[in-house]
Design a protein around this ligand. Structure first.
Ligand code: BGC
Length: 734
């Protein structure tokens, strides 16, 4: 059963570059399961190479060679090739938001959560392509980018690296990104498989998730990407899942991934996530990566396991074959990446700006406060968030550590603190060539643009002093408009956020409230990777969600403020009113060391809908400088239980813009939440233009996981909702 939408099928066809990719099984001249001549050939070549490899050559092919800090080119892992057989070395690097090389300059993209907010698979494809170009030029044939754990825990420290709370949105965006990367001869990894939704007890917390919840929510984005985009690698995660470490969980790696989904690539461990030799290998782990040196899949230990028959030679061959097959299929074996390639940083920088412009979400715009008009604007106050020099990025392996923008030696961001070193998770501020203040000044040339705030760069996140707040207020009072930038840091190995409040880690709410009292035209810009609480929401006139905006972010934000860009992003996560409203808060917000996913399917917007809790801003929400109307819904049920929702969208306003028309389904079945997203289309419309939209929903997206038969089960007669967000439903039908 195919779960793709047409757009994804087209991209996959392009990825395969095979005339036979679209053929049905009966027309396929190649023995199943090969999709094409190329695919068949890749399998044959991989088989032959395995036959020619010695035991030692195979053993060196299943673990990373160097200690992490010594990987050439500043990469994260390195597999030695076999030159006598023409098998090149394979160097891999983190690639969540650009190259994570620790030694080579790179471009910082907006965070992945921003990409999800664009709801634009084409942009995700380009995002994957751009990053692939960058890392190939640095000598890497594999990118560890493609994080997609769902935002179950809104305070999750790595949420910015992921694609939000909905499995279909996350899966389709991940698939598009993966195809983009692999079309540029870079193997893509999707991660962290699975149940890795929090940082608390990061190296082994036991996520307890029932099978139905797993299949319908947490595994689904991986399934969509694995089937539609065929990533070369899946990274198993640090946590345990239902009692067993993910990297030795045979249900996860073998039953589901390799058998049910037919995944032909390799499973690699997260760095240090392997806990055994034979159990891990037999469960389905194909390659070990470690932060120090290899620990469990060392040649000696694997040889020993072979000699006692704890591991079979056939399984070792399978591990090696999987990697070779992907290297051949994706083009890395015949055309390996070479370090020192040329790369157009200016072009990449322009892309980061365009990507951010698609991803910014306009949350509030009272009395059409935005876009700002240059006419009559004399004094603009920009306050806080280091907006005179930088934007915030997420920390950890999802960061780029030696960005090309700005002046700093060997580390990303402003150099905070007195230490000479700058660890990659302690410098999340990215210094920009065009920071927000400068970009605004360019767009408002006749205005005086002034900055007030925390100009102290000795500590990344200290609180504003009363004196700083007073001068910000004084500046706001003299200005026509006050733009306040607030930022919420998060990162891998920082732990999870204790609260979604901006008061954590500093007194930014107080700053916003003080400025809002001084100037009725106060606009708040948010730089964050998690939902944010906004106790001051009713006191300000406009709110712009910019996420971690990347190195083109200063210009992108200014372009939205002044209307050079009409915002079209939509929230990929729910923003709650209070921490207490979230599904994981419990009675006191204490994180479980071994989380039980007891809310089951009621996660993200499904939770708020099922429990009737009004969010601050709901999933799928985002404003535009124009208005769209929806009319004429018809629902057609076709062969194979496909469902097609057809309707029209019209731009009723006076500027061009894009609407994300969202299709939700109410699946009438025990335990299902009121609505689930089943598809969407982002439609670009000129003023007055009307466009017919058709969204086809495959059977799978209408199904539930039936625990008695351990299979998907189609449920009939469900209600279809079409709208501009998960709660702004404009059309409805059976
Ligand atoms: C992270 C992975 C990352 C790896 C290599 C781990 O700590 O969890 O996402 O790819 O490090 O840097």
């Amino acid at each position: 059963m195919r779960i793709t939408r047409l757009s994804m099928a087209l991209m996959l066809a392009a990825a395969l570059t095979a005339a036979h990719a679209g053929e049905s099984a009966s027309e396929n001249p190649f023995p199943l399961p090969y999709a094409s001549a190329e695919d068949y050939g890749a399998h044959l070549r991989a088989d032959r190479l395995v036959q020619q490899m010695t035991l030692d050559e195979k053993l060196q092919f299943i673990h990373s060679e160097y200690q992490m800090s010594q990987v050439p080119g500043g990469g994260a892992g390195y597999i030695q090739g076999v030159p006598r057989l023409g098998i090149p070395d394979l160097n891999m690097v983190d690639s969540a938001t650009g190259s994570g090389s620790t030694t080579q300059p790179s471009t910082t993209f907006p965070a992945t959560i921003a990409l999800a907010a664009s709801w634009d698979p084409r942009l995700a494809y380009d995002f994957g392509s751009e990053i692939a170009r960058a890392i190939r030029a640095q000598g890497f044939g594999m990118g560890l980018g493609g994080g997609t754990n769902l935002a179950r825990e809104p305070r999750g420290g790595r949420l910015f690296e992921y694609l939000g709370e909905d499995p279909v949105l996350a899966g389709e965006m991940l698939a598009a990104r993966t195809v983009g990367t692999q079309n540029h001869k870079v193997i893509a990894t999707i991660k962290h498989f699975a149940g890795n939704e929090q940082e608390t007890n990061r190296m082994g917390g036991n996520s307890q998730i029932d099978e139905r919840t797993l299949r319908e929510l947490y595994l689904l984005p991986f399934e969509i990407a694995a089937r539609d985009a065929r990533p070369g690698s899946v990274m198993c995660s640090y946590n345990r899942l239902n009692g067993t470490y993910a990297c030795e969980n045979s249900h996860l790696l073998s039953d589901v991934l390799k058998n049910d989904w037919g995944f032909e690539g390799q499973v690699q461990s997260d760095w240090g996530a392997t806990h055994s030799t034979a159990p891990a290998i037999n469960a389905g782990l194909d390659e070990e990566e470690d932060v120090g040196a290899t620990v469990y899949l060392t040649p000696d230990l694997v040889k020993q396991a072979l000699s006692t028959h704890a591991v079979s030679e056939a399984r070792l061959d399978d591990m090696v074959r999987r990697k070779l097959y992907e290297m051949i299929r994706i083009g890395v074996l015949d055309d390996p990446a070479k370090a020192g390639g040329s790369f157009d940083f200016a072009k990449a920088n322009a892309f980061t700006q365009a990507a951010e412009e698609q991803s910014i979400v306009l949350l509030k715009n009272d009395n059409a406060q935005l876009p700002l008009s240059n006419a009559g604007l004399r004094h603009v106050a920009v306050i806080g968030g280091h907006a005179d020099v930088a934007v915030l990025t997420g920390g950890g392996s999802g960061n780029t550590r030696d960005p090309v923008t700005g002046n700093f030696s060997g580390c990303g961001g402003l150099v905070f603190g007195t230490s000479t070193g700058c660890g990659w998770w302690t410098n999340p501020w990215l210094k920009l060539n065009v920071p927000i203040v400068k970009a605004i000044q360019t767009l408002a040339p006749s205005a005086r643009v002034s900055f007030a705030g925390n100009t102290d760069q000795t500590q990344p996140f200290r609180a504003y002093t009363q004196q700083e707040i007073d001068s910000a207020v004084a500046l706001a009072r003299q200005s026509d408009v006050a733009i306040v930038v607030v930022a919420q840091p998060a990162g891998e190995d920082f732990g999870d956020l204790q609260s979604l409040s901006l008061a954590n880690p500093s007194n930014q709410d107080q700053l916003v409230e003080a400025v809002a009292q001084a100037n009725p035209r106060t606009i708040v810009i948010l730089e964050n990777g998690n939902p944010v609480l906004m106790p001051w929401k009713d006191q300000v006139s406009a709110i712009v969600e910019a996420w971690y905006p990347g190195e083109g972010g200063g210009q992108a934000i200014a372009n939205v403020l002044f209307g050079a860009v009409n915002p079209s992003g939509k929230l990929p996560v729910t923003f709650p009113v209070h921490d207490q409203d979230t599904p994981t808060w419990g009675t006191n917000g204490v994180f479980a060391q071994d989380p039980v996913y007891s809310e089951k399917l009621d996660m993200g917007y499904r939770w708020y809908d099922a429990k009737n809790i009004a969010p601050l801003y709901e999933f799928g929400y985002g404003l535009s400088y124009t208005n769209f109307s929806f009319t004429n819904l018809s629902v057609h049920r076709g062969p194979g239980h496909t469902l097609t929702a057809s309707f029209t969208v019209r731009n009723d306003g006076r500027v061009a813009g894009a609407e994300v028309a969202q299709v939700y389904l109410g699946v009438n079945y025990n335990g299902e939440p009121p609505r689930r997203l089943v598809g969407w289309q982002k439609v670009y419309l000129n003023p007055g233009e009307t466009r017919p939209v058709s969204v086809t929903v495959p059977e799978r997206m209408q199904s539930v996981w039936d625990t008695s038969s351990n299979k998907w089960k189609y449920v009939q007669g469900n209600a279809v909702y079409v709208g501009a967000s998960s709660r702004d439903i404009r059309l409805q039908s059976r």
